[in-house]
Design a protein around this ligand. Structure first.
Ligand SMILES: Cc1cc2nc3c(=O)[nH]c(=O)nc-3n(C[C@H](O)[C@H](O)[C@H](O)COP(=O)(O)OP(=O)(O)OC[C@H]3O[C@@H](n4cnc5c(N)ncnc54)[C@H](O)[C@@H]3O)c2cc1C
Length: 476
């Protein structure tokens, strides 16, 4: 094999890799590790200066900030061999210890009218809460849970691309409020569809959040990324940063090479794109009409005295309006619902030895509105400040805390996400329509990541691994 020297990585870079991975997010890194276990000449091309994509980190005033991580889903016991997290780690040849995961303290779904469902990583606790809050729906809820345990979300029904989870729940649960309360966290952590979810995705997320539960690394997402990159380097895989792909060169249904911004071309045998479906088609010179709306979010980071924050809540999903609406808002931000995350409230997390802790607030946002606002730089900054102030007031009311000594750290709009990851409309969960088989109609080019359909951190890594297993390893 011919090799060239890669200035950004100690590992030599293959000249014509067996696999070229577009994007150094979690799906791309997982895919590359999986392939490198058998064929070390794998190369990841990442446009940014570091890996992680949507779930990365940056430094400000010497302090590390995570871009995305609230919680990692699918926290199963290490001896549950069939659990997705353990399956994933086996496929990567990594141990549970490498990720140093810590379970949540406890989370809540809070709706207007004082209705609250609490849940932990023990599913019985949620069932007990349903018994208290929705006693008339308990039997139906238990039947639903059993149905979801037996259901195989990966067994495709021929010709059926989308089954409405909302319609399915309407038939099974007598109280529509319970349906909304269950859909709220599952949507915020994994739906690209307005006011609904694909039933298979609902089943995957129900298992990920309620049956298995939430966790975080003891430190930060950087530790997870470092562990993954260390594993990749052990396998002699290469990664190149500041390597933005501007075109995929193809002929007769076969991808031959990619072109970078500076004109350099890199040949490949196989190509796996994790940058999104329409984003990949654009590199192939195929324009796509914009389909259904894409969901964007704003995320605020604020520091507060630890003494003013509750110590027993990890995540609070909330809705303050009469009807839960999960859709692109008419205004720049929809403050009526969202997610409040307290990263310090995971068991045995190292955290920082300071008197303050971080609170992250998330709401649905409108990309187009933010684009219009951003035509005036000052207005954009002012709107971000206004959104932060309003979001903090909502967090104060929902959590019942004092925000007197709150310090604004940062906020991201859909424009921030689009700028740093190239995601169209800054849509974290990508397009509403997924390409579940990863097949783009090429012999050697496939899709993984957000638009293949598995969402979130564990989902995106499973996507990368499963697409390599299905399309690439059997042919190499
Ligand atoms: C604010 C926020 C909070 C979140 N919270 C959670 C959470 O708590 N739990 C959870 O499980 N998930 C969370 N997520 C979602 C999770 O981060 C994503 O689902 C997951 O990281 C997607 O990974 P991916 O590899 O599919 O895509 P991406 O992370 O988007 O990776 C794609 C990569 O491709 C690169 N790229 C794009 N175009 C090009 C190009 N032309 N050339 C080269 N490189 C390119 C991008 O820079 C990026 O690094 C959150 C996301 C955000 C933004």
């Amino acid at each position: 094999m011919l090799i060239t020297c890669n200035p950004c990585c100690k590992t030599p870079e293959p000249l014509r890799p067996s696999l070229l991975v577009l994007g150094g997010g979690l799906s791309g890194i997982a895919a590359a590790i999986r392939c490198a276990r058998y064929f070390p000449d794998v190369l990841i091309l990442e446009q940014h200066v570091r890996s992680g994509g949507l779930n990365s980190y940056y430094y400000r005033r010497g302090r590390l900030f995570e871009t995305g991580l609230h919680a990692i889903t699918n926290f199963a016991p290490p001896d549950d061999k069939k659990a997705p997290l353990n399956l994933l780690l086996r496929q990567l040849g990594m141990t549970r210890g490498a990720l140093a995961l810590r379970a949540q303290a406890g989370s809540e779904i809070r709706f207007s009218g004082g209705k609250t469902l609490a849940f932990t990583n023990n599913f019985t606790y949620l069932t007990e809460n349903v018994a208290q809050v929705f006693p008339q729906s308990l039997a139906a809820f238990k039947q639903l849970a059993q149905w979801l345990r037996d259901f195989n979300p990966f067994a495709a029904t021929p010709g059926v691309h989308f089954r409405s989870a909302r319609a399915f729940l309407r038939q099974r649960l007598p109280d529509p409020l319970l349906t909304d309360m269950l859909l709220c966290p599952l949507s915020f952590y994994g739906s690209s569809v307005e006011n609904d979810m694909d039933l298979s995705q609902f089943a995957i997320m129900f298992r990920a959040i309620f049956f298995e539960g939430l966790c975080r690394p003891a430190g930060t997402i950087k530790d997870v990324l470092d562990a993954l990159l260390k594993r990749y380097q052990e396998l002699a895989g290469a990664i190149r940063y500041r390597a933005k792909v501007t075109a995929i060169i193809h002929e007769g249904g076969q991808a031959r090479a990619v072109r970078l911004e500076d004109g350099e071309e890199i040949d490949c045998r196989f190509l796996l794109s994790t940058i999104g479906h329409s984003e990949t088609l654009a590199l192939l010179g195929k324009e796509t009409a914009e389909e259904r709306p894409r969901l964007g979010f704003v995320e605020n980071i604020v520091s507060l005295p630890k003494s003013s924050l509750p110590g027993d809540k990890s995540i609070v999903f909330f809705n303050t309006s009469a009807k839960f609406r999960y859709a692109v808002p008419d205004e720049s931000v929809d403050f009526t619902s969202g997610v409040l995350c307290l990263p310090a409230n995971f068991l045995d997390c190292h955290g920082e030895e300071t008197a303050t802790a971080c609170l992250r607030t998330t709401h649905l946002a409108n990309y187009e509105k933010w684009r219009q606002i951003a035509t005036d730089r000052d207005r954009y900054q002012a709107e971000k400040q206004a959104v932060f102030v309003k979001s903090l007031a909502i967090a104060r009311d929902v959590l019942g805390i004092s925000c007197a000594n709150a310090v604004y750290e940062d906020s991201f709009t859909p424009l921030t996400v689009a700028y740093f990851t190239g995601k169209r409309h800054g849509a974290i969960y990508g397009a509403p329509d997924k390409i579940k088989d990863g097949d783009l109609g090429f012999t050697n080019l496939f899709l993984a990541g957000t638009d293949q359909g598995f969402l979130g951190i564990i989902g995106s890594m499973l996507s990368g691994v499963s697409m390599v297993n299905r399309h690439i390893l059997p042919k190499l």
